[in-house]
Design a binder for this molecule. Sequence first.
Ligand SMILES: Nc1ncnc2c1ncn2[C@@H]1O[C@H](COP(=O)(O)OP(=O)(O)OP(=O)(O)O)[C@@H](O)[C@H]1O
Ligand SMILES: [Mg+2]
Length: 316
Amino acid sequence: MGALVNVQGLTKRYTQNDVLAVDHVSFEVQEGEIFSLLGPNGAGKTTLISMLSGILTPTDGDATIGGYSIRREPLAAKRLIGVVPQEVALYPTLTARENLRFWGSMYGLRGRELRARVEEALELVGLRERANDRVERFSGGMKRRLNIAGGLLHRPRLLFLDEPTVGIDPQSRRRILDMVKEFNAQGMTILYTTHYMEEAEELSHRIAIMDHGHIIALGILEDLRRIVGELETVRMTFRETTDLAPLVANIEKEALARQVTTTDQQVVVLTPDAAALLPSLVTLVARHKATLLSLDIERPDLEAVFLHLTGRSLRD
Ligand SMILES: Nc1ncnc2c1ncn2[C@@H]1O[C@H](COP(=O)(O)OP(=O)(O)OP(=O)(O)O)[C@@H](O)[C@H]1O
Ligand SMILES: [Mg+2]
């Protein structure tokens, strides 16, 4: 499977306030992938998505979607994309179904096909039962789900979700995250933006960390964690009767074990690469007939990566 999205030097300068919101950004999204843009407020996520979805004209650079240039073949590119905007775009006095019919007609759907797609989208986001209720009576989470349904009406190959879980309760968030995984399992490629590192960690095949209009890191979670270069912690807890001294002496001989500390029950090893050290640790534990009760690897998270790269926190 090749790249579905290919972004080359994409740039946006807002002329009104002379803000360089996206600064020569390049990356690819592979077909079948959940790709997250993780970044704090003002990083340029929405601006980037808006250019890719044809809402904003780039100042420089280009991108292709399914091989179609967003500059030269915008209509063909747009047909492949479903967009779920950050700001919920719904008419409060219309029902859920009426809102979707309106959206669908904007996509050029008509008649029987429009009706069928609206029912399908309502089903996908679990709002069939509430289809005849006016949106003004919906909870925040339900509005978000309906907003997502709007992006699904023309069965896009690629779905853009711009911070779809902001300001909603944990249950609705859970539901949306599961929905995104389900769409992806069905073959949809997802470009997801968030400033919640937990969401990026849970959902993504790959993550691009954005800040001040730049992608400052890109890769799978494991690669990003390695950027921190901080040591990982392996914490082993043993049955209290175990004599740990001979075991610890041997662990200390391992090149990857940078620092070993012990208490009555625990051995804590600092290492640059826990995964690589693990097999020798397990072998040593077995050789010393020590009774291991638990083993935990604590690793740097994306918050630590962002802090390391920018000196600032992801959170506001
Ligand atoms: N329509 C606009 N006109 C002028 N400047 C804008 C406009 N939209 C965004 N900006 C500026 O561009 C920069 C990037 O904003 P953008 O909305 O793309 O960030 P974001 O990553 O989506 O942030 P958030 O997480 O808050 O949604 C910010 O400095 C913002 O103030
Ligand atoms: Mg935004």
